[in-house]
Design a protein around this ligand. Structure first.
Ligand SMILES: [Mg+2]
Length: 404
């Protein structure tokens, strides 16, 4: 029997949850921003309407406001997003025990052999999520994970797209390669230089050329383009052990110096710290990846002095790592921070008790609880409040200030 895989993706997840929390915002252009009251805060997510007005993730608050004067800027409520994410999983698990999350708002479901047709399940999921959670999902239906994910992106919000074994060449091959899972900007650019623009181009390119120029990753992507992805959907509770928790952002304008990078690290570390606490994990190492404006990547890793799940520690370590390794001869366009060498907080060798993290972890745990109770706006790290913010009196002329 051919597999039946669904990929369900919550539409404009953060902004949609905000509209549920604040019904008066429904239908308005919403941007979820770090440091909502600070002009140097950055857009983390936006509603469909804000997107149509040109608001982009990674843009400075003030730029977003300029593009979209009616924009409502709200601070993030990560704990509530995590709760909505859990409730989405609960709904999916009514249909199958093969449910594998991808980020907070995306999930694969293997519904092979279910009594209902995959299309009927997809339509029912849309209706049930809307009724129970007040948000919408787009669902892709296909015979593998890669095409199911592609399908969930093709029509939205609140839609179903089917990609079948007989028609995927017509549906998928005209799309750009960058629509494929794991085909990032650097790979897209490499492919473009080979004259490979669409997924069809990739499917039909000589395999030796792809392997020679793009290695294993290219070979995998070509298989995806040909519909040859047979990776399974993990069973509930059997997800692969989390190896790293990372978060990255592409900035709208280049970062020119360490202080600007620090503002980004503080925002990213918030998410990572919260996710580590949610998963009960701590990091023994950190990885920073910087992409320069010419798409050149560099990545560095370092062990931490003591294991931690504390956002402040992670941001500090990321800043220190970048400080020692990056020479700023070129500005930075994108930054990713990952917590690596993870282990359970209950691991026997709990060095953190002696490493000074115990107290701070307690504090951040308490902060999570307060956020849960009063919303994410109740507490913000000092840096986001302006302690380390860039001097507003001395804006750079070129490129414009507040690019992040
Ligand atoms: Mg989504």
């Amino acid at each position: 029997m051919d597999r039946a895989i669904l990929h369900s993706d919550a539409n404009a997840f953060y902004a949609s949850v905000e509209a549920v929390l604040h019904p008066e915002l429904k239908g308005r252009a919403i941007a979820v921003c770090g440091a909502a009251e600070n002009r140097h805060g950055i857009v983390l997510a936006k509603s469909e309407l804000a997107k149509r007005m040109g608001v982009k993730t990674g843009m400075a608050n003030w730029q977003a406001k300029q593009l979209c004067p009616g924009l409502v800027i709200v601070p993030p409520h990560h704990d509530i997003y995590a709760k909505f994410s859990r409730r989405l999983h609960e709904i999916y698990e009514r249909y199958t025990d093969r449910v594998e999350g991808y980020g907070l708002d995306e999930c694969w479901l293997d519904v092979t052999g279910c009594p209902m047709s995959p299309r009927a399940i997809a339509d029912e999921l849309r209706a049930v999520v809307k009724k129970e959670l007040g948000i919408t999902v787009s669902v892709g239906v296909s015979f593998n994970k890669v095409f199911a994910k592609l399908g969930s992106d093709m029509k939205k919000p609140d839609a179903v797209t089917e990609i079948g074994r007989d028609d995927f060449r017509q549906t998928v091959w005209k799309l750009p390669c960058s629509d494929l899972l794991f085909c990032g900007r650097a790979t897209t650019e490499k492919l473009r230089r080979l004259g490979i623009v669409t997924i069809g181009d990739l499917a039909n390119a000589p395999r030796e050329l792809i392997v020679r120029r793009l290695g294993k990753n290219g070979e995998m992507l070509q298989k995806y383009a040909l519909g040859q992805d047979d990776s399974p959907v993990a069973r509930v509770g059997e997800e692969e052990t989390v190896k790293s928790v990372g978060h990255g952002i592409t900035c709208v304008a280049d970062l020119m110096e360490l202080e600007e990078a620090n503002v980004v690290f503080v925002a990213l570390a918030q998410d990572i710290g919260q996710k580590l606490r949610y998963l009960g994990l701590q990091a023994r190492g950190i990885q920073v990846t910087a992409r320069e404006s010419d798409l050149h990547f560099e990545s560095w890793q370092q062990l931490l002095p003591a294991p931690t799940q504390c956002a402040a520690d992670l941001a500090k370590a990321a800043t220190e790592l970048l400080k020692t390794r990056y020479d700023w001869r070129k500005p930075i366009r994108a930054l990713t921070v990952s917590a690596i060498h993870l282990d359970s907080v209950n691991a026997p060798a709990q060095l953190s008790l002696f490493g000074g993290d115990g107290k701070r972890r307690k504090v951040e745990g308490a902060v999570d609880k307060i956020r849960e109770k009063f919303g994410g706006g109740a507490i913000k790290p000092a840096t986001l409040l302006g302690e380390n913010k860039l001097p507003e009196e001395a804006p750079r002329q070129s490129p414009p200030p507040g690019g992040i």
